[in-house]
Write a protein that binds this ligand. Structure first.
Ligand code: HEM
Length: 252
């Protein structure tokens, strides 16, 4: 979609991983130098690409955004650059982690995995439960323009607020047995993709990618399970994204 040639996949993955790695800092602390370098390199790449696609547009999303920018001045050059960077990181890291976290949840709940194997039509609902139970995005941030009352607490105007959507998704006031991983959960009004005007633009794509990945895995490897059912996995370093370093599986 971004019109990036496949031979650059490894480089993009490296940039994305390094940028995400820089999130393992307390909010407000300086970014590590390697993360700044990755942001700069990615910025240089996209700046050159934006110029190329301005004169020679292709069928990709970056060309469409450049054209919209040129015609209507809807996005500044800086906005355009940060938007394509956001698309790369938001579109790659999150879906990877949905597949990993979701597989871990299934592996730790063999009864749910068996139920899904018996009836693959449950997959869309199972994916919603993966998003709720162990979502790839743990929190979002907002700056308050005016004082806000929330759950009996007043947040003053001009505050930096972190909303822990992962906690909201385990809220007993919203979900029955919130700690239970239940692929039949219905209704399942989670906020793993946020809420309101900033609701995730990539939600349909993320849901589709997860569906394709799980369908293929379960069909191709009917015995798929965790290699070590008692695994204590290591998580990648980020305070607001949640994803596994690795997840060894057994297939026979
Ligand atoms: C499982 C995968 C994903 C999860 C859990 C996720 C989660 C989220 C969340 C929680 C937000 C709201 C942020 C906020 O309110 O501040 C968001 C926004 C956004 N997401 Fe996703 N996302 C996923 C996949 C994707 C994909 C695949 C793309 C792009 C291809 C994408 C692009 C975006 C963009 C551009 C925004 C900003 C929307 C705006 O501010 O109006 N996301 N996402």
């Amino acid at each position: 979609m971004l019109g990036v040639p496949p031979e650059l996949n490894a480089k993009f993955k490296h940039w994305s991983d390094t940028i995400i790695g820089g999130d393992n800092n307390v909010p407000g602390a300086p970014q590590p130098p390697e993360s700044i370098r990755a942001i700069d390199e990615l910025g240089d790449y996209f700046t050159a690409e934006i110029e190329k696609r301005r004169s020679n547009p292709g069928p990709d999303l970056v060309s469409a955004l450049v054209a919209a920018h040129d015609e209507g001045e809807v996005m500044s050059a800086a906005d355009l650059l940060s938007f394509v960077t956001l698309l790369l990181v938001a579109g790659n890291e999150t879906t990877t982690n949905l597949i990993g976290n979701g597989m871990l949840a299934l592996g730790r709940h063999p009864d749910q995995l068996d139920a899904l194997k018996r009836d693959p039509s449950m997959l869309p609902r199972a994916i919603e439960e993966m998003l709720r139970y162990d979502g790839p995005v743990q929190s979002t941030v907002r700056f308050t323009k005016e004082p806000v009352q929330l759950g009996g607490t007043e947040i003053p105007a001009g505050a930096f607020a972190m909303m822990i959507v992962a906690a909201a998704d385990r809220d007993p006031a919203q979900f029955k047995n919130p700690e239970k991983f239940d692929i039949t959960r219905d209704p399942n009004e989670h906020v793993a993709f946020g809420e309101g005007i900033h609701f995730c633009i990539g939600a349909p794509l993320a849901r589709m990618e997860a569906r394709i990945a799980f369908e293929a895995m379960l069909e191709r490897f009917p015995q798929l399970r965790l290699k070590d059912p008692a695994i204590k996995p290591t998580y990648k370093g980020s305070y607001f994204l949640r994803g596994l370093e690795s997840l060894p599986l057994a297939i026979d």
